[in-house]
Structure formats: C-alpha cells, structure tokens
Ligand binder design. Sequence first.
Ligand code: HEC
Length: 110
Amino acid sequence: MTVIASLSGAGCGGDDSAALPTVDCAPPVPTFAEVTAFRSNCANCHSVQLGRDDRQGAPVGMDYDVYASAVAVAEATARSVFDRSMPPSGGITAADTLVLYRWSLCGTPP
Ligand code: HEC
C-alpha cells in the first residue's frame, strides 16, 4: 500500500473535483501494451469486441483495447481509478494502478 500512499494528493489546479494522482513521469513510461489493467480490469466492459448489450453499461466507443480510444479519455481514466469509481468492483492491484496512472498521465505512449 505504500505505492498508493505515495500517489495520494491532488493534481495540479487545486480543484478537488478534478483530483488526479501525482505521478513520477521519469522514463521509461509504460507503453499502452504494458498497461495490463486495461485488459484485466477494464476490457470486460470497455471493449470494441463487445456489443452494446454486453458492455454492462460502459459507454459505446470507449474501449480500453483500442489505443486511440484510451488516449482520448486518458485523464478521465486516471481520475476514475483514483477516485475508485472504476473498475466498479475494484480488484486492481497497486502495481497495476501505478502503471495505469503513469501511462495515462505521462504522455500515453503507444
Ligand atoms: C463491470 C463493467 C465495467 C468495468 C470492468 C469498468 N467499467 Fe468503466 N464504466 C462502466 C460503466 C457502466 C460506465 C458508465 C457509467 C459511469 O460513468 O459510472 C463506465 C464509465 C467509465 C468512465 C467514464 C465516466 C468516468 O468515471 O469518468 C471511465 C473513465 C471509465 N469507465 C474507466 C474505466 C477504467 C479505467 C476501467 C478499468 C480500470 C473500467 N472503467 C472498468 C463499466 C465498467
């Protein structure tokens, strides 16, 4: 849990409603393929493979197995995990969370 504790605190701006984790963007930043949480914890609802009725309500077109789609919502992605609204049932490990934050907030490398 020390990893998570070191990430707590607001991002820049000081607006609590827009809280983002503070991350160290020192290279190497993980690549999209290295964000295993997208496949393990997100794509069971947010996947281009799933039809509207199989997404458990996840917005159509918001897919974590499509690079451009994930990039388009990168900041919201970090925020949703940071505020624990996503994934809905939790279960994302501290290590996977850190990788997700660093990819989402450090330039979203392909
Ligand atoms: C069990 C299905 C499910 C899983 C798994 C899931 N989501 Fe979602 N997601 C939803 C639903 C339903 C919505 C739309 C309703 C809402 O916004 O709460 C949503 C909306 C979102 C939104 C837009 C709303 C917001 O909170 O900003 C983001 C960003 C998001 N999800 C990110 C993620 C990420 C990142 C993961 C994996 C770590 C994930 N989701 C896993 C179902 C899921």
